[in-house]
Design a protein around this ligand. Sequence first.
Ligand SMILES: Nc1nc2c(ncn2[C@@H]2O[C@H](COP(=O)(O)OP(=O)(O)OP(=O)(O)O)[C@@H](O)[C@H]2O)c(=O)[nH]1
Ligand SMILES: Nc1nc2c(ncn2[C@@H]2O[C@H](COP(=O)(O)OP(=O)(O)OP(=O)(O)O)[C@@H](O)[C@H]2O)c(=O)[nH]1
Ligand SMILES: [Mg+2]
Ligand SMILES: [Mg+2]
Lengths: 276, 292
Amino acid sequence: FSKFTSIDEELFEELEEILIQADVGVHTTMNLVDDLREKAKEENIKEPKDLNELFKNQLIEILSQGEEKEDSEQPTILMVVGVNGAGKTTTIGKIAQRTKEAGMKVLLGAGDTFRAAAIDQLKVWGSRVGVDIIAHQEGADSAAVAYDAVQAAKSRGVDLLIVDTAGRLHTQSNLMQELEKVKRVITREAGEMRVEVLLVLDATTGQNAVNQAKLFNDAVAIDGIALTKLDGTAKGGVVIAIKEELGIPIKLIGVGESAEDLQDFEAESFIEALFN
Amino acid sequence: GLADKLQGAFDKLKGKGKLSEKDVKGALREVKLALLEADVNFKVVKKFVKKIEERAVGHEVLTSLTPAQQVIKIVNEELTELMGGTQSKITFASNPPTIIMMAGLQGAGKTTTVGKLAKLLKSQGKNPLLVAADIYRPAAIKQLQVLGEKVEQPVFTMGDKQDPVDIAKAAISHAESNGNDVVIIDTAGRLHIDEALMDELKNVKKAVKPHEILLVVDSMTGQDAVNVAENFDQALGVDGVVLTKLDGDARGGAALSISSVTGKPIKFGGFGEKLEDLREFHPDRMASRILG
Ligand SMILES: Nc1nc2c(ncn2[C@@H]2O[C@H](COP(=O)(O)OP(=O)(O)OP(=O)(O)O)[C@@H](O)[C@H]2O)c(=O)[nH]1
Ligand SMILES: Nc1nc2c(ncn2[C@@H]2O[C@H](COP(=O)(O)OP(=O)(O)OP(=O)(O)O)[C@@H](O)[C@H]2O)c(=O)[nH]1
Ligand SMILES: [Mg+2]
Ligand SMILES: [Mg+2]
């Protein structure tokens, strides 16, 4: 904003352009900038860099609102869902790595019984990280794998069971019903284990991510989002609308294809990156 | 959709008598919003709306009894033309084998598209060889082998310890001695900003000189589509694009972004996960999908 010496309409347009190009979405952007105009008047902001600061804080506030610190002491079953190719299986490998490194016992469930070599792919991750995996064969019933995985998790006393699922489009109602069934089975069998659902979203996705979040949330109640491929040039701004409209927190970000390329989501660094 | 919004915009102007250029330019804001909602890149939208403006402030709209419909007609025509004139065909080499190389970001649908393309070409009487040149992704080779079995076409692999350049070269020789008239090379997903991996792709291209380089892009891609398309095209010279996951409900504005910045045709659309789910790309249908 160094080229602006005063706050005028051009500056607001520049902010709009930055947000739209970051995939924040045109309507969300217009609402955010309207709110900013109001606030700038109320607080009598005169300097462009103060406006910049105010705006960033406004966005950080949206992304961090209602974030409670997690009690990760209870044994957990994490069900990972999302559309095709978003990065579910890879993210599972990364979560398994960090959890194992923290000294906890991890088990994987090969719930993608549909896609070619999906079970093989998860098995490679299992052996890379050094964790066991419960699998049937390709074509098996996904809910049956989930059932077996939960039984094994309970009897082995694992701290974290991560269940992979096949990629699916939120518009495929029969596949969304299958996902509901898998969650029902997991929840019914969970016993003392807590059940959480993680939605994996690709940062290169545009406004369709909002539909994805809505429909996956309707089907299985999403507890958190993992935003992948932020090591690319896409900004993932669509999560702002998702947080605002659905209240779902972004918990993790993927920044590469290796086991260590997983970071906790931090609103400040995310917004800083968005403006660069 | 856009038709109703434009109608609304023009209805508001009805009482004023004759339409002015300023009136029409104001109504075009609805076109800009529709395209941005559809994920068309911001700069591409600006350029496109400017082009529409030149026609929309002309005689055909200003004197029309149904200006909204005239504008929609112009927008549809311009969109279709930008994305169209397309050859939904593979250019076959006069001396086989025809070499096709897939490229694109991680998870776009390359490997699946290789399988689909093999099935399509086989149905057209070709004998394609699938080449497993993704040595990085866990079980990528296995994934292609499973697809190859389904299509009943051979898969060439040298495992995951050999350089993709050497794999590609060996695959071509194998095709020549085994009567495969088409070679389809699957490559690892990569970021357009990953220099080492983009160089790898350039080296594969240099080594085997593909007749067709197909950029595979996820149809739900947002603003970033421009960066991806531009970079891959500048690095490799893309011959065509495959837009995947069109069976979803993404508006698909990436299609316009890609056509606008590369001028390269979108040759096929992926409409599902099965190997028969590859179809010709129809720019006119894409245009109305984008407009919503
Ligand atoms: N650059 C980058 N690539 C990633 C990231 N996360 C995943 N990928 C890559 O994205 C591709 C797809 O990842 P998968 O884990 O197979 O995705 P998926 O959601 O399980 O896919 P399906 O099971 O087919 O729906 C792979 O090439 C991964 O290496 C990330 O954070 N950054
Ligand atoms: N619904 C739908 N899914 C698709 C389509 N094309 C591919 N997929 C799915 O998208 C996911 C990713 O496909 P892949 O073929 O593994 O993608 P890729 O580009 O080879 O991925 P990387 O090799 O990791 O870069 C898989 O779950 C595919 O089944 C399509 O047209 N529609
Ligand atoms: Mg997977
Ligand atoms: Mg692949």
